[in-house]
Design a protein around this ligand. Sequence first.
Ligand SMILES: [Zn+2]
Ligand SMILES: [Zn+2]
Length: 305
Amino acid sequence: MKCIHCQNDAGITYRINHNGDLFCSDECYETYMNTIDTFNDHGHPYIDQYESIRRAYLDWFTNWQTDLEEAYPDHPLLLADKMNDQIDEIMNQYVDFYWTKGDDGPFAHEIYQYLKKFEQLQKEILNWRPERHTYYYLSIHNDFDEWEHFSLHLKEINAVKLYFLLNENVHPYDILAFYFETESHLHAVLDELKAVFGEEFVQESVYYSPAYICEGECHDYEDIENVNMNELNGWFYCCSCEMYLPGYFTREELLAELTNATTDDSYLERKRKSLYYEFYIRKVKRSCRYHNVEFPDWVNIELDY
Ligand SMILES: [Zn+2]
Ligand SMILES: [Zn+2]
């Protein structure tokens, strides 16, 4: 695909005119169109729609991944849901071009191509998972059940180095547990625990493992082993944040949900009363997207993003 004006290869920012001539950029397009004295594009019935879907697509294409990466670890899954809903809204504005498969000249053809590119982008958004930073989790099982008491003990026995290695890294919820940013910090703690309490104590009473941050509400450091990421379709949610219903239903589960909702009037009514109704709706929509099943009407509710 070469630009008709500058002969360079045209990449993602390519555009066309009403003849279907190809340009690498808006600049080449404008320069070229200003030099020819023929029918220009401004009067074309599809030019505004073509310009706006092209702009919208380039904007989404450029930003979707960074937006999700920046949201991590704060519920990026919910942002991904929102993004796919927003793309649906954009695509709905061009639905006529969808039905006719863009069969009405070069602009209509291009609008249809952008609709298909948006569909592809929705799949990428659906399948996106964060690149996770690995932390390290460590818990100590001894007679002290709180850091407050254990830290006093460390001061009493003059284990100052161990105290400082642990003090800024106390786990917010778990009993006498800690988290570290780096493996070397973990190893420094293990060495110091051995020096102070002996090798046997560390073997019998200290547990440690790699950890991720929960991608739900709590942002807790959670032992990787505690979360079955396969069941959550590659998301990392602690057991309390699983109430936000990450991941998809299997196809069979989804079809059963859809059947229950249509055959049993009280089924959705009961769901509506649940605190997590919105999250149930999101999961149904996500699962429909994943399994290429059409949305039922009852998922069209205002979601609070
Ligand atoms: Zn060019
Ligand atoms: Zn959580």
